[in-house]
Design a protein around this ligand. Sequence first.
Ligand SMILES: CC(C)(COP(=O)(O)OP(=O)(O)OC[C@H]1O[C@@H](n2cnc3c(N)ncnc32)[C@H](O)[C@@H]1OP(=O)(O)O)[C@@H](O)C(=O)NCCC(=O)NCCS
Length: 145
Amino acid sequence: MTVTIRRAGPGDAATVHGLMRALAEQQGHPDAVTATAADLAAALRRPDVTYLLAERDGRPVGYVSWLERISFWSGDDYLALDDLFVVDAARGQGVGERLMRAAAEIAKGRVIRWEVGEANAGARRFYERMGAQLTSKQICRWQPS
Ligand SMILES: CC(C)(COP(=O)(O)OP(=O)(O)OC[C@H]1O[C@@H](n2cnc3c(N)ncnc32)[C@H](O)[C@@H]1OP(=O)(O)O)[C@@H](O)C(=O)NCCC(=O)NCCS
C-alpha cells in the first residue's frame, strides 16, 4: 500500500473538513469545527495557508496544516503548524512522520512551530523522537467585547 502526500486545493475542502471533524471529535470537542467546507475552500485559496493531505490507495488518511508567519524579533518567516492528524487505522506506520518531513521539505530551512497539549503524551514522544524541542507556555485567548 502506497501513501502519497500532496497539497490540498479548494476541491478537497470536504475531505479536509471531514478529517478536521474526526480530529476534533477524538480530542473531545466534537462541535469545535465551526468552519464549513465552503469556509475551508476559501482558506485553501490563501497563499499563506497550506494543507498537505496523506492518501493511501487514494483514500485520505491524514493531514498537516500550517500558516506562514513572520517573527518580528528575528525578521524571519516561519511555519506555524495548525494541525497534524492521522486516522486511527493508519497510525504507527510512519504517515505522521512522512507528513512532518514533507512540511520540513517545504519549509526549506525555516523554523516550524506548533502547540501540543501537555497530556498528549503520544504526540509529545513522537515530536521529541523527530528532534523537536518542547517548551511550556500558557496559551491565552481573549475575545474582547
Ligand atoms: C501524533 C500522530 C500524528 C502520529 O502519527 P503516526 O502516523 O501514528 O506517526 P508515526 O507512525 O510516524 O509514528 C508513530 C509514533 O507516533 C506516536 N503516537 C502517538 N499517538 C499514537 C497512536 N494513537 N498510535 C500509534 N502511535 C502514536 C508514538 O510515539 C509512535 O511512536 P512509537 O512507534 O515509538 O510508539 C497521530 O498519532 C495522531 O494523529 N494523533 C492524534 C492527533 C494528535 O495528537 N496530533 C498532534 C496534535 S499536536
